[in-house]
Design a protein around this ligand. Structure first.
Ligand SMILES: Cc1ncc(COP(=O)(O)O)c(C=O)c1O
Length: 389
């Protein structure tokens, strides 16, 4: 009776983790620590509550789908400063998750002789496969392993696959490994999107959480190619940049023709951002100080992680993002042990990946550890992890 495609959606990773740990009690003498969810625990900038309070009279109004002039100016200013791309078309979204989920509906057309393909890095943010499934596409998973530098090998994708591709997702810095795609890689992906006529979605929601150098972005790569923003959509969010996951505020930018269609789709089913949220978001995009402070805090935690974990579990210091991707042989077993013996909740890497063509799950030997707490809590958690594993 219901849409049969719903049965093709696997349980979400956090539900699988709950099931895995169900019935296991953490030690009574240790405070349980949650390192499984990528939800920054850094205090959100005070400008959010100040602005929400100052603009509270606007909650009664329906917000404009295109964003207020102040919001648009702030986003364009940030895109210009960060990527030299202040002229790109933009559309506000209520957090990038819902818009990423809508991108399958935007890009996948059914009814032709071949089933369209959605290309997805493996492991990956689960919404990518969700939208592929619900849009009726075939999801093709591109392994992103240590051997491929933790990004899909673009040259390994078969011509027949590219010819059927409607949509490709890439994430940089990537979740879970924190790998940054360099400008050459981004240009190559854009070149393929243009050659084969598919939509390239670049999920850059960790683009402001970086260690040594700012990751390049898709719009920057378009600028370098010098031929507009055709075929490219980049997704940005305040959830990580401003530690404001609850604000539900992000945007999509890039190809103006695609965004015009996306706007029409979103005028039917997209969530708009309330005017006070747009006002607070404009203030956040215009400010870099709180982002610097945020980055410094993550650096401090990666220093701690490096001191505690260097030489163990295949530790590497990621170029961006705030996750550790640790090789522990069997991620599910490690997650159970860490909860049972250390009160630590981490995510088995298998839940973020799918079996590849060879039948192996590239995430299975890993756990993902989110460094979202304060430095002392992080040190405590990592010491517990080392002692147990
Ligand atoms: C890779 C990636 N993309 C998108 C999102 C969605 O973020 P939001 O909807 O808060 O903007 C997340 C959140 O964890 C993520 O890890």
């Amino acid at each position: 009776m219901l849409n049969p495609r719903l049965d093709l959606l696997t349980d979400y990773p956090f539900d699988r983790l709950r099931a895995l740990l169900d019935g296991i009690d953490p030690p009574e003498d240790l405070e349980p620590l949650f390192l499984s969810i990528g939800e920054p625990q850094h205090p959100p900038p005070p400008v959010i509550s100040e602005t929400l309070e100052a603009t509270a009279g606007l909650w009664g109004k329906y917000p404009p789908i295109d964003g207020t002039p102040e919001w648009r100016e702030a986003v364009a200013g940030w895109l210009e400063r960060r990527y030299g791309a202040g002229d790109a078309a933009v559309l506000p979204v209520a957090g990038t998750r819902e818009a990423l989920f809508m991108s399958g509906m935007l890009a996948v057309s059914e009814g032709g002789p071949d089933q369209p393909i959605v290309l997805i890095p493996n492991p990956f943010y689960q919404v990518y496969s969700g939208t592929a499934v619900m849009a009726g596409a075939e999801a093709v998973f591109l392994s992103a392993t240590r051997e491929t530098g933790f990004l899909p090998d673009l040259e390994a994708v078969a011509e027949e696959t590219l010819a059927r591709t409607a949509l490709m997702f890439l994430c940089s810095p990537s979740n879970p490994q924190g790998t940054v795609a360099d400008l050459a890689y981004l240009k190559r992906a854009i070149g393929l999107a243009r050659q084969y006529g598919f939509v390239l979605v670049l999920d850059e929601c960790y683009g402001e959480i970086w260690d040594r150098t700012p990751p390049p972005g898709g719009l920057e790569a378009c600028r370098a190619l010098g031929d507009g923003y055709g075929n490219v959509l980049v997704f940005h969010s305040l959830s990580k940049r401003s530690s404001a996951a609850g604000l539900r505020s992000g945007f999509v930018a890039g190809d103006s023709g695609i965004l015009a269609r996306f706007r029409r789709l979103r005028s039917y089913g997209g969530a708009t951002l309330g005017l006070p949220i747009q006002a607070a978001s404009a203030k956040l995009w215009a400010d870099n100080g709180h982002v610097e402070a945020n980055r410094a805090l993550y650096r401090e935690k990666f220093d701690i992680a490096e001191a505690v974990l260097r030489g163990r579990f295949g530790f590497f210091r990621p170029a961006g993002g705030f996750f550790l991707w640790l090789a522990v042989d069997d991620g599910e077993r490690a997650a159970r042990e860490l909860w049972a013996r250390g009160g630590l909740r981490v995510l088995p890497g298998a839940y973020l990946a799918r079996e590849d063509a060879g039948g192996g799950n590239p995430g299975a030997p890993y756990i993902r550890v989110a460094l979202v707490h304060d430095p002392d809590t992080t040190r405590d958690a990592l010491n517990r992890l080392v002692n147990i594993l």
